[in-house]
Design a protein. Structure first.
Length: 657
């Protein structure tokens, strides 16, 4: 069973040293962990090459050329959108402020809790993207409201100066109605917040559980919650971005009342008009083409395999990767992630029976395909517990190792259950597998809960059953295409040189839940802003076809700009030094690209044109149950129009007060 097990390579040039701490590595003080590389550095002076495993060294590199280029692209889009350096700078300032605030707070908490190394990177990526996007919506809405205020209130020249003043009451109803549209900016964040937890994470510091909806996973050795803090840290940053965007951006933009430039997004843009005309004239063909195209891109997603990346997935220049390769060549890939098997006996095992029991358990393990060596580690002081180190024939993240762990945990455990011997597995490799299994099991219920809550919200806002279903179906196409690209690149190795993928393997196990939560929130944001313009026109009496074109032409530019910003920011993180976050960044960039441009700006108007008035269908019994939220302010406009007409006759423009 121990044949081939060695700590020094056959050529005598490589030695493997395993360090065992008195506690789990997640509970060890980082200062103590840092002492190990310091000892190894002394050996480097004598001509030796010392490298360290993934557990001992962490890559915390943040910020690079890719991230900088992504932010530069976002700044260019903002300037083209607003035509003003100041207004373009407001979303950037808001995003940087929120990220700095949230990450400083999260890092301060590391004095008491531990965060996974990918948490700051995810927080920065999400905070920047959400902060810029949300501020863009608010600044755009603020400027449109101001311009309507000037146009609708009726102005007169003050004889005492050149200031422009507004008559009391004139246009008051329309202005109040339009100001109500700013409620959409608040409601747009709700679908993201609706990504609620299947089980609230223990110790989650954030009140926004949009990303905390991932079940917290405990360390099998210490019982401490470790992985659940990663989405909570990202959630805290995203929540901070929304709060800062709402308060700081609004306050700053209000200072620009008199100098806000004309709103280019207010007028019907000729490109938007031409595009919506094209997709509505060929609506059936567009719908079929989009569904087939995204369905084909999503095919690889059926082969999605989850796991926590090991040292082989780290950057080639990192010590963790060099150590992984050295061990793989000298001792076999399985030596990078040995499995610990523990057997608990009902009664103490005598010294005479010790070897017999070890052989019996070892043989059962060796009979499993993929088990390379089984080495008895020792017996506890009370002689009731035996430990074994199992080395797989393949790497810790391989499918063969996954099957080996499941076979030990299920098959060997059942074999000895009749003798009241409890067999269990543990160790870093097992913990990674169990984390992935738990997240995979929770994925479908999580997705159902998120979509159910958001469907309810959208039905309340749009007073329709069809529009929310159409929005959710489009999201499923987007997320399927995103998963398909991730599998093709990071598991199958397609375009590997382009995306700097030096070793394929399973995808980061938190990726699906993170990506679903973020993409769903963004997709519903775009749906809210695009379709609310159509609903606004429809609620004011326009027919279905006219409402689609009018709402699209007035909202498409904002959705287009928001999508471009998201793609730029997420795309900048695709080449980040922290390889664990690369699939998430690529998945988000592809997901936003598909959802904003293919689903929202192409599929949605085409499908709604085919549906016509049926798109706004809502059963009477459901209409009575759902609360009424007049987001567009149609009721205020209708109720105050007679008053405006009367005032217009009695008080002509320019009359003194």
């Amino acid at each position: 069973m121990t044949s081939g097990m060695r700590m020094v390579s056959k050529d005598g040039r490589s030695a493997l040293i395993q360090i065992r701490f008195h506690e789990s590595t997640n509970a060890i003080d980082t200062d103590l962990m840092a002492q190990v590389p310091k000892v190894g550095d002394q050996l480097n002076k004598h001509g030796m090459q010392i490298e360290y495993g993934q557990e001992l060294v962490y890559s915390n590199e943040m910020g690079g050329l890719g991230e900088a280029l992504g932010l530069l692209a976002a700044a260019i889009v903002l300037f083209l959108m607003f035509g003003s350096f100041l207004l373009a700078g407001l979303p950037l300032a808001s995003a940087f402020t929120s990220v700095a605030f949230a990450l400083t707070g999260a890092l301060a908490f590391t004095h008491w809790i531990s965060l996974q190394q990918v948490a700051p990177m995810l927080g920065a990526m999400l905070g920047l993207a959400v902060g810029i996007d949300y501020s863009l919506f608010i600044v755009n809405r603020h400027r449109r409201t101001l311009i309507h205020e000037v146009e609708d209130s009726g102005q007169y020249a003050d004889p005492r100066g050149d200031q422009t003043q507004h008559r009391d009451g004139d246009g008051h109803g329309r202005q109040r109605g339009r100001s109500r549209r700013s409620d959409r900016d608040d409601l747009a964040g709700c679908p993201r917040d609706c990504a609620d937890p299947l089980a609230q994470p223990d110790g989650c510091p954030s009140g926004d559980h949009g990303l905390c909806g991932r079940r917290c996973v405990t360390d099998p050795d210490s019982g401490n919650v470790v992985f659940g803090r990663t989405p909570c840290a990202a959630s805290q940053t995203a929540a901070s971005a929304e709060v800062v965007a709402h308060d700081l951006t609004t306050a700053a933009a209000s200072k620009r009342r008199r100098s806000a430039p004309a709103d280019p997004a207010e007028a019907a843009h000729p490109v938007a008009s031409a595009w919506v005309g094209f997709v509505t004239r060929r609506a059936a063909f567009v719908v079929a083409a989009v569904v087939v195209l995204l369905g084909l891109i999503a095919i690889p997603s059926s082969q999605l395999r989850l796991g926590l990346p090991d040292g082989g997935n780290e950057s080639p220049n990192s010590s963790a990767y060099k150590s992984y390769v050295m061990i793989e060549k000298a001792f076999g890939a399985g030596a990078n992630g040995p499995i610990l098997v523990v057997a608990d006996f009902p009664e103490p095992v005598s010294k005479d029976d010790e070897a017999e029991q070890q052989v019996a358990i070892g043989r059962e393990i060796m009979a499993i395909p993929g088990a390379e060596q089984v080495v008895p580690v020792g017996v506890s002081e009370d002689r009731k517990t035996m430990a074994f180190q199992v080395v797989s024939a393949d790497g810790p993240s391989s499918e063969q190792t996954l099957s080996l762990v499941h076979a030990i945990r299920d098959g060997v455990k059942k074999t000895f259950a009749a003798q009241d011997i409890k067999v269990g597995v543990t160790g870093a490799t097992v913990a990674n597998i169990e984390v992935s299994d738990r997240l995979a099991d929770a994925l479908i219920p999580y997705l159902a809960l998120v979509m159910g809550l958001s469907l309810l919200l959208l039905m309340i806002v749009f007073r329709s059953v069809v529009v929310p279903i159409l929005a959710t179906a489009g999201f499923l196409l987007s997320v399927g295409a995103s998963f398909g690209v991730i599998v093709a690149v990071y598991q199958w190795g397609w375009l590997a040189p382009v995306f700097d993928v030096h070793r394929t393997g399973p995808v980061f196990s938190f990726m699906p839940t993170l990506l679903i939560g973020i993409l769903f929130g963004l997709a519903m944001d775009y749906q809210m802003f695009l379709v609310s313009g159509m609903h606004e026109a429809y609620s004011h009496g326009a027919n279905a076809a006219t409402a689609i074109k009018r709402g699209f032409t007035h909202s498409a530019k904002v959705v287009l700009a928001a999508g471009l910003i998201m793609v730029a920011v997420f795309g900048g993180f695709v080449y980040t030094p922290m390889t664990m976050s690369r699939p998430i960044a690529l998945g988000l960039a592809i997901g936003v690209l598909v959802d904003a441009f293919v689903v929202r700006l192409t599929l949605t108007p085409a499908a709604m044109h085919l549906l016509g008035d049926r798109a706004w269908w809502l059963p009477e019994w459901l209409d009575k149950i759902l609360p009424h939220v007049d987001v567009e302010g149609a009721a205020l406009v209708d109720s105050e129009q007679p008053v405006e007409a009367e005032q217009a006759v009695e008080e002509p423009v320019g009359a003194p007060r």
